[in-house]
Design a protein around this ligand. Structure first.
Ligand SMILES: [Zn+2]
Length: 232
């Protein structure tokens, strides 16, 4: 019924409903969580999780040994997904991050390419960025995932190594080497023989994720998969 209401009427009713949709800013009904039903229905799903040759997985072909890789949504400039991620990262809208994570978990739990995951790890932010923002958005996504899915996510296991020197004057190759060596695992034993899922908000070139995988890949028996909220 709600979906068939005119936008005007919906917005009018929104005056009495202080919660607003994080994507379209219309008032939310009591049963809606962060996103209205219309936006939920319009989410630009990639459905990549079914496809072992999907564009996200192809980014890493010939570079990394991955079990599976996928992205939940298509990212478009000025689109709904950009708005949602902007709210999460810059407007402290953790609720929409939790809801997005919950939806991400439901998708992966139904996929036999991902449903053996035991541990999820967020791609760590630069220390300065995390201090400024107060949280890591990928950690929020994982907390949302854990509302549906019994996966572990130890804190502080995958961390950024200390920056040795400024990257600004370096050439491309050196910069790349730097990204590769930028991550450390504090307790490799905790991940031995585990299926580990790396979580990030958006994947573009995949360079940061590749750096994380390089750090993880030395652990005996580990299987590594990647899932991002969106792909650009
Ligand atoms: Zn909406």
């Amino acid at each position: 019924m709600w979906k068939t209401l005119s936008p005007w009427l919906k917005d009018f009713m929104g005056l009495f409903l202080p919660r607003r949709c994080s994507a379209c800013d219309m008032g939310l009904m009591p049963f809606e969580e962060s996103l209205c039903l219309a936006c939920l229905e319009d989410l630009p799903l990639t459905r990549f999780h079914h496809d072992p040759a999907n564009p996200v997985e192809r980014l890493f072909w010939g570079k990394l040994q991955l079990t599976s890789a996928s992205a939940f949504l298509f990212f478009r400039r000025k689109g709904m997904v950009q708005q949602i991620l902007h709210r999460l990262k810059y407007k402290n809208d953790r609720a929409v991050g939790l809801e997005l994570g919950r939806l991400m978990a439901l998708e992966l739990m139904a996929s036999d390419r991902f449903n053996t995951v035991e541990v999820a790890l967020p791609v760590p932010l630069h220390k300065g960025k995390e201090r400024q923002r107060g949280f890591n958005q990928s950690r929020v996504l994982i907390e949302g995932m854990q509302r549906e899915w019994a996966i572990e996510s130890p804190i502080g296991l995958l961390v950024r190594a200390k920056a040795t020197n400024s990257q600004t004057r370096k050439g491309r190759w050196e910069r790349w080497t730097n990204v590769k060596e930028a991550f450390t695992i504090t307790d490799p034993e905790a991940l031995r023989n585990k299926h580990v899922l790396l979580i990030d908000d958006v994947v573009t070139t995949g360079a940061t994720l590749e750096g994380c995988v390089h750090a993880l890949a030395r652990i005996p028996g580990i299987r590594i998969s990647i899932f991002t909220a969106a792909c650009a």
